[in-house]
Design a binder for this molecule. Sequence first.
Ligand code: FE
Length: 207
Amino acid sequence: MTERTSHDHAADEFQKDEEIHGYYQFLGLAIEELLVEKGIVTGDEIRATIERRDSITPAIGARIVARAWTDPPYRQRLLTDGTAAAEEFGCEFDATELVVVENTPEAHNVIVCTLCSCYPRMVLGLPPSWYKSREYRARAVREPRAVLKEFGTELAENVEVRVHDSTADMRYLVLPMRPDGTEAMDEDALAALVTRDCMIGVTVPKV
Ligand code: FE
C-alpha cells in the first residue's frame, strides 16, 4: 500500500466507478421519463425532491450529535430509536431505518456500504466520493485499522473496531465521543466540532 496524503484515489479507480455511475445515470433517466410519461410523478415533484435532498448537509448530523452530548435523555432516545430521534430534527425517512452506534473508550465504529453507496443521507446529505469508491468499500472491512490510519486516525490496540455494513433498509450514524476540554462549550460550539467524517467514523472530533 503506497502512502496517501489525502482521501483521493488513483484516477483509474475513479474512472471505473464513473463508468458504472454512467450506466445507472442512463437507467435513472429512462425510468424518470417513463414515470413522468405515465403520469405517476410530475417533473416538478422530482425537482422538489432533488432540491430537498440537496439541502441536507452534515450540519444536521452535527446538531444531533451535539444534542446527544448535552442532553442525556436525547442521547438515550437516539441510541434506542435513531430514526425517531433524527425526525425530531426534521429528518425525513421513508422505509429506511437509522441506527446510531456510539463510540466508547473500548469500541470505535466505522460505517461503509460494501455493496454500493448506502449512506445516512437523511442526516448527512450526499456521501463523499471516496465513500463510494471500490477501494474504501473493500478495505474498510478487510483492514479497517489501516484505512483509519490513512485518514489520520490511530486507535490504541485495545480499542475494538466495529465496521457496520449499511443496506438499503438500514443506515448507520456514528455518535463520536465528546472530546475532553469541551465542558464549557454550548451546543452550537460543540456542533462546530463534529464533521461529516466523524459521523462516518473515519476520524474523531478534535478541539
Ligand atoms: Fe449501498
